[in-house]
Design a protein around this ligand. Sequence first.
Ligand SMILES: Cc1cc2nc3c(=O)[nH]c(=O)nc-3n(C[C@H](O)[C@H](O)[C@H](O)COP(=O)(O)OP(=O)(O)OC[C@H]3O[C@@H](n4cnc5c(N)ncnc54)[C@H](O)[C@@H]3O)c2cc1C
Length: 378
Amino acid sequence: MVLEPLGALAMNHPDILIIGGGIIGLACALRLTREGLSVEILEKGEPARGATWAAAGMLAPLTEAADGGPFFEACRQARDAWPSWIDEITGRKGRAIELDTSGTLVVAFSEDELEVVEELTHAARRLGEPVEEIDAAEAYRLVPDLAPEMKRAILLAGEHRVDNRAVARALTAAVEREGVQIRRYSAVDHLELRGDAVCVVGDSWRREADRILLTAGAWSARVGGVGFLPIRPVRGQILRIDGVQWSWDGVVRCGELYAVRRGADALLVGATVEEVGYSDHATSAGLAELARFVDHAFPSLSGRRVGDLWSGLRPGTPDGRPILDEMLDGRILLAVGHYRNGILLAPWTAEKVADRLLGRTPSLPSEFSLGRFQAIRD
Ligand SMILES: Cc1cc2nc3c(=O)[nH]c(=O)nc-3n(C[C@H](O)[C@H](O)[C@H](O)COP(=O)(O)OP(=O)(O)OC[C@H]3O[C@@H](n4cnc5c(N)ncnc54)[C@H](O)[C@@H]3O)c2cc1C
């Protein structure tokens, strides 16, 4: 089936047309198609090569949402959904994709970092998440490259990690196996109404559907016809160091930055947080910031081989939480703005969207509505 040229009438159209084939769009597509809806994805490039590909893959409800509340609960539910979601994606039992549940070591060398450890310890106790003091000898045994004179280390056993690139590949394959058409290199320019249907318009084509689901990540506010949508790109850069031999398989956090194991011997060190608009390339300044962190937290790694440096655009919102909402009597749904937690929140988002579209819930969770930004709009 080809995209209809501009001006042609749509002879058939899917129940749901998804704009953007990142982890959020793909997760929703898989869920909706398995629930019996016909789904199609319009993707401006290759699927899952946006923020989904750039991410570190941490599944970290506590460190990302230590204030608690509905956002933390959503993140916790999402984390708990991951093991079975991997089985759903791969169609195989028993974690065919690497999902590491060792946890996250949070270490401190400075006073500021000690405060972070203290705050996370309190938050974990308050929210009923596991937290354990790790003595220095054990921390250095697990992570021999830690800088000397560490002041404190804790283990947050509920903060996990997954290989997000393996998930991206498997999810794309699963969606296509289900018969969902992913129309690559089909950038959506704007949306229009045509009677009861919504029309999605590209440079020389248009496509109609009963409903549209917008999941275009950091680019969501650039799709015309959607109206007010406070999404902005927030660049993050990650450095990969190769040849790291630790007995620790989990994540190490220190202050605002982290190191995440990947594969047999790689370590992802990230990430910068930069407000530079849609400029999505890696920079020498980003490399320098991450190299300073390596010197600070893991100085004996500073001579190791740099395997890669990359960047991606997080879909930021004013409060760092996603927007799940609907407009035009439910003809346009929004699942955007997952900022630092879109990998974590993908299975949760797909469930909420499916529950709404299949009428199992009367609305999307109100805590994540667009209306919370009304004051900015006015
Ligand atoms: C450096 C970095 C580290 C991160 N680490 C983590 C982490 O450890 N854990 C975690 O949970 N999250 C992490 N994130 C955040 C996570 O990657 C994002 O929240 C998540 O990928 C958002 O998914 P998405 O599908 O909304 O966006 P994307 O993955 O960016 O996908 C959006 C898709 O929409 C397509 N698109 C855009 N505009 C159009 C258009 N007009 N027409 C058609 N298609 C369009 C794009 O090409 C893209 O494929 C990180 C992000 C970065 C950058």
